[in-house]
Design a protein around this ligand. Structure first.
Ligand code: NAD
Length: 364
């Protein structure tokens, strides 16, 4: 993990790039618009690096560097495990998006993306919007996440929810011998865009769903539409359930929550659910809880924008998301055979695919 916050010398930065084998880091600066951005391209073995542009008020430049390096590497693994022909990359724009953002700034950033000639494809992320992607698109075609009328994929959350649903089924097959979720007690924590669609699929399948959310309106909406129970926020981890589905924030699997969990499966949409991948991945395994790696089962968002690259069709995105079921099954089998946590099996499988394709591309 990359956690340093001190100012670093170029030598230390190169050591870090070397440790995880980053390909290219681009520092972008424009005085007129106030743009300060960093584009990190981690690995393009499988294809162009695709990852969103995050605009955030970082406390210092080092924080921005740490974030962009961590996120871009995560994208390499997500694309690889999802079977996409994409590499991993990410960009950050330093600054408060409510104060600094302008058409000129986003277009200037678009020029920097254009200068990479397609090695990096950008998309929406925290602090940027579909409108920003439109501005970027005025300067470069290497952008996805455009509005539907411009050939974009629109809201990715139904595709993401479908992937989570299938990941859950793959886990159920392992634990219960079949992948039917009817009668299974499922707690969905966070019923926003993804969680809401997931609840709809679970209810249709006959699962006994309970929901939890900090937003009362989101809860009311679920109760109005579906026959679901409601769980108080401070009781989510101690519920006697079959499946816990974190669909709100990251790091919900930690030293405090894992000992309390009374479930057989964890499968949700939130990014970075394991507060500490190594420690908490192992804790879950030792507790006998099957964990569906988040970066695989929530890959529907990436699959959705990937589909834009070749002429978007929702049916194609959904059909690509179906692959998540088999990959999850393969990861579970590998984890079992090698007696390793599922997150570790997923990482290994992603690395094996990259290595194999690098071999194909080597000239001989
Ligand atoms: P969202 O903002 O629409 O929904 C999140 C929901 O979680 C909201 O209803 C919010 O009130 C609730 N919430 C926030 N804090 C909470 C807490 N402490 N306890 C309980 N509920 C809480 O977001 P979303 O698009 O549905 O995404 C959900 C998660 O999945 C996020 O972590 C996101 O990064 C991840 N994800 C989303 C997509 C996608 O396609 N939208 C793709 C990949 C990953």
């Amino acid at each position: 993990m990359l956690t340093e916050t001190k100012t670093e010398t170029a030598g230390v930065l190169f050591d870090k790039l070397n440790q995880y084998d980053y390909e290219q880091i681009v520092f972008c600066q424009d005085k007129a618009t106030g743009l300060k951005a960093i584009i990190a391209i981690h690995n393009t073995t499988l294809g162009p690096g695709l990852g969103g542009t995050r605009m955030y008020h970082y406390n210092n430049e080092q924080e921005a560097i740490t974030d962009v390096l961590r996120l871009s590497r995560g994208m390499t693994y997500k694309a690889a495990i999802s079977g996409l022909n994409l590499g991993g990359a990410k960009a950050v724009i330093i600054g408060d998006h409510r104060k600094l953002k302008s058409e000129a700034l986003m277009r200037k950033f678009g020029r920097f993306v254009e200068n990479l000639h397609g090695k990096y494809i950008t998309a929406e992320d925290v602090g940027t919007t579909t409108k920003d992607m439109e501005y970027i698109n005025m300067e470069t075609s290497h952008v996805v996440g455009l509005p539907e009328i411009m050939g974009g994929g629109g809201d990715p959350s139904p595709v993401t929810a479908y992937g989570v649903f299938l990941g859950m089924k793959a886990c159920a097959k392992e634990v219960y011998g079949n992948d039917h979720l009817d009668g299974k007690k499922v707690l969905v924590e966070g019923v926003g865009k993804v969680g809401g669609h997931l609840v709809e699929m679970l209810v249709a399948e006959g699962a006994k769903v309970t929901v939890a959310d900090i937003n009362e309106e989101a809860i009311h909406e679920m109760v109005r539409r579906f026959d679901v129970g409601v769980c108080a926020l401070d009781k989510t981890h101690e519920q006697d359930i079959d499946i816990y589905s974190p669909c709100a924030l990251g790091a919900s699997l930690n030293d405090e929550s894992i000992p309390q969990l009374k479930c057989a499966i964890v499968a949700g949409a939130a990014n970075n659910q394991l507060a500490d991948e190594t420690r908490h991945g192992r804790m879950l395994m030792e507790k006998g809880i099957l964990y569906a790696p988040d970066f695989l089962i929530n890959a529907g968002g990436l699959i959705n924008v990937y589909t834009e690259l070749h002429g978007y069709k929702r049916e194609i995105a959904m059909s690509r998301a179906e692959n998540i079921y088999q990959v999850a099954r393969d990861i579970i089998a590998m984890a079992k055979n090698e007696n390793i946590p599922t997150y570790a099996a997923a990482n290994k499988m992603a690395e094996l695919r990259i290595e194999a394709i690098a071999g194909v591309k080597r000239t001989f």
